[in-house]
Design a protein around this ligand. Structure first.
Ligand SMILES: NC(=O)c1ccc[n+]([C@@H]2O[C@H](COP(=O)([O-])OP(=O)(O)OC[C@H]3O[C@@H](n4cnc5c(N)ncnc54)[C@H](OP(=O)(O)O)[C@@H]3O)[C@@H](O)[C@H]2O)c1
Length: 218
């Protein structure tokens, strides 16, 4: 498949690298191709030359499946740069978190309680099929759940059942067992997934490791 990944940071790199390892063709989108190509991204890109770096619009045009791995405060701007026409009808795996670092640490949530970033995205781009997933864990774990022992969970939430089924297949290809993928329902389920971040950040601080995840016991 052709995959368009919005985001040149650690999540974009990790997801893009995994898709490429699985044999997919990947283009990463960024605001300024020349600038990103010379920065921290350059070292990683040298090790993954098969992955293209392009504008958000070109990555959107290219991808049959799209991934939002941009900073939560910049996600809507990134998608506007990608262009509604290029996003139309496509699945967006939304991994972003609405973390606002502008007032220092710990970050606050820029949207919460009665909405979420995923809902803002879905509402501004109604023709795109947004599936919230993978935002509840550190990047390495997203594409390699066996880094933690035993069973633990990943979530999907979105309005389009077909899109969630497609994303679930992608998660299985990343190594997630089907029984560990929990469908939380429509896109409003992103509220809880995003509001988990303050707890995740506290766990990270207390346990001194990002290698932590949710295991739902019943
Ligand atoms: N780091 C993790 O392990 C982790 C885990 C779970 C979820 N997440 C979430 O995943 C997302 C990506 O995280 P990250 O750590 O890889 O990188 P990040 O530093 O949060 O985001 C980097 C990306 O955001 C883009 N961006 C920033 N401001 C923008 C703006 N105003 N307009 C358009 N684009 C903008 C950057 O564009 P340029 O390429 O142009 O610079 C870059 O591609 C975040 O929402 C984060 O909360 C991260």
């Amino acid at each position: 498949m052709k995959i368009g990944v919005f985001g040149s940071g650690v999540v974009g790199q990790t997801i893009a690298g995994k898709f490429a390892d699985l044999g997919h063709s990947v283009t990463i989108g960024t605001r300024d191709v020349a600038k990103t190509g010379q920065g921290d991204f350059a070292g990683w890109h040298r090790a993954h030359p098969i992955i293209e770096l392009a504008t958000f619009a070109d990555a959107a045009r290219y991808g049959e499946i799209l991934v939002n791995a941009t900073s939560g405060m910049g996600s809507l701007e990134a998608l506007r740069l990608a262009g509604a026409a290029n996003l139309k009808g496509k699945i967006l795996m939304d991994i972003s978190n609405p973390l606002d670092f502008s007032k220092g640490m710990p970050p606050t949530l820029s949207v919460c309680n009665d909405s979420s970033l995923a809902e803002k995205i879905q509402s501004e781009f109604p023709d795109m099929k947004v599936v919230k997933t993978l935002n509840t864990m550190t990047a390495a774990l997203m594409v390699n759940p066996s880094l933690l022992p035993g069973d633990h969970n990943v979530f999907v939430g979105g309005n389009d059942e077909g899109a969630k089924a497609e994303v679930t297949k992608i998660l299985e290809s990343f190594g997630w067992k089907l029984e560990n993928v929990i469908d939380l329902g429509d896109i409003t389920s992103a509220r809880g997934l995003e509001m988990y971040l303050p707890l995740w950040l506290r766990l990270y601080g207390s346990l001194q490791t990002p290698m932590i995840n949710i295991k739902v016991v019943r």
